[in-house]
Write a protein that binds this ligand. Sequence first.
Ligand SMILES: [Zn+2]
Length: 707
Amino acid sequence: MSQTLHGAVGALTVASGLVAAPSDTTLLVEPWKGPHGGVPPFDQVVVAEFQPALEAAMSGYRTEVQTIADNPAGPTFENTLAALERCGRRLDRVRAVYGVWSSTMSTSEFQAVEREMEPRLAAFRDEIYQNERLFKRIEAVYQSPDKTKLTPEQQRLAWLLYTNFVRAGAKLDTSGKARVTAINQRLATLYTSFSQNLLADEEGYPTILTNVADLAGLPESFQAAAAAQAEARGLKGPWAVANTRSSVEPFLTYADRRDLRETVWRNFVSRGDHPGARDNKPLITEILKLRAERAKLLGYPTHAHWRLENSMAQTPERAMALIEAVWPPAIARVKEEVADMQKIADAQGTGIRIEPWDYRYYAEKVRKARYDLDENEIKPYLQLDRLREGMFWAAGRLYGFTFAPVTSVPVYHPDVRVWEVKAADGRHVALFYFDPYARTGKRSGAWMNAYRNQERFDHEITALISNNSNFMKGKAGEPVLVSWEDAKTLFHEFGHALHGLCSDVNYPSLSGTKVPRDYVELPSQINERWLATPEVLNRFALHYRTGQPMPPALVERIKKASRFNQGFATTEFLASALVDMKLHLAGEQAIDPAQFERDALGQARMPSEIVMRHRMPQFAHIFGNEGYSAGYYSYLWADTLTADAAEAFQEAGGLYDREVAARFRKCVLSAGNTVDPAAAYRQFRGRDAGIGALMRDRGFPERGVSQ
Ligand SMILES: [Zn+2]
């Protein structure tokens, strides 16, 4: 996932201090001190200061914007759009730190601040977008015949700002604007509650293991992590399985105890779905209704149409067409996978029928039987620290970056480490922050975040990029071993980081990962490919005891098994993408989430052995913020690009081909949103991406598919 801190309606995360800050500002508002243009004062954060800091920053921003709106001189690119890019730097700074606390350092004290401030931040965003004098100036610049004299990047910025304002309601009448603002504030509150409920359920339903028999089948490293988990949380049992993906998935893969697998599975898929004060279902109904109403007000048939307008897919119909093209081969493959698993279960005389809590467990058995591949054989070679060095190394080979650890930069938690990133010529590029481990107060999943984006229109400002994940920390002093899937996630998020690190643009609103959702996953998904290269594995997949590299025969078996279980992976993802899109095409009718989920999956003939990767009550991608709403398909869309781009490397002789890497960097990684993504991709590939490469990649038949 790529996360940006700016809000619902797009790029208003912009520029700097024209007006003196009010005297009551705190450390969070002031320009950051330290090396490389300043770094966030993470070590000096006092939660009680977030609210006054946000208030001071909003007030400063308001004054800056009013100065632009009231400028007696006629509107020009410089005095309006460039000036706007300079505004709001204080708010950017506070929100960068506030966002870290929200996603990784959440406490009840902080959550109270969030509940207070989220609707106020939403209202503030609307206040800017609905500033009529400001919008008139932007419109004048955008529609001026002089626009053609601007650089292509400036023209793109003019288009983007104008479009963002219009899409946020700048052309509505007074009552329409007031209603949009009211909706956005209510949505901000609902998103906050949804996320906080989910976090509470992830922390609230650990499965306690009480005796050694409960551990049957679990790898030693998992047992150690489960013991650490129980101890850290002061739980009664000697071992605990946290109710988060990073603990649940390995448990479901290895635990021999079917009854415990079912318990763990049920806890996990019930997150946000427990009746009572933390039930996310009523929130979903209200969120969907408000989104549908807002879309109508803004002149779109549905929320999906509004959201997809500036995406690569452009329309929900095109996104749905892709989902529907891949769905039939995916569920057909699931049938084959289930049959293979059932055979093993039958041969063992278990008398069971494969259920969702069996899928990962028996898939692992099939993999072992068919490819002689056992996750436990791979894992000792996958040390987190080594793999991290491996992803740095690959980025060095491809893009010339070097990474040197820095200890003088403040961090918010002792687990966080920082590296200085330099270009091949020694020039400072960015700082890279890495926050690897799960802990209380940190949300599930993995994501990239930019504390500061690269820009250069006034002077060069370098990026501060972070990767965040939820690896299970082992015992002190022991290497952290991760699964193959976790290793891919590590490389995935680093792909987003590279998108931020390679950014080479003038204006901050166009920088780095500020591109459409269905394009932003291209750099991340393609970066996963370098993990599986012999160049990385031979150097960095070293056995934690012997230091020996992964044997070539094992590398070969991993390669052979790469299309294994694609039915499961594709179907669990697509089910979520499908439901997300259908929900946001449904219009203003009141939706009962449980009913809708059942009906949508029933119609699609969802295999009963699989659940959605994110069931609705825990689908934070679409209900924790606007983020991926009507946009979860993006991963698949970007994967068509990814598979096709990977073939470009293969056609040229491999993933380390310098010429293709340079072209990928120039056309995709460096360009940010300065170029329309479809055009940027065409520039890289010489043509559009079809669906063929994706189908080949997943081992699905290609016949009869067009995009
Ligand atoms: Zn991602």
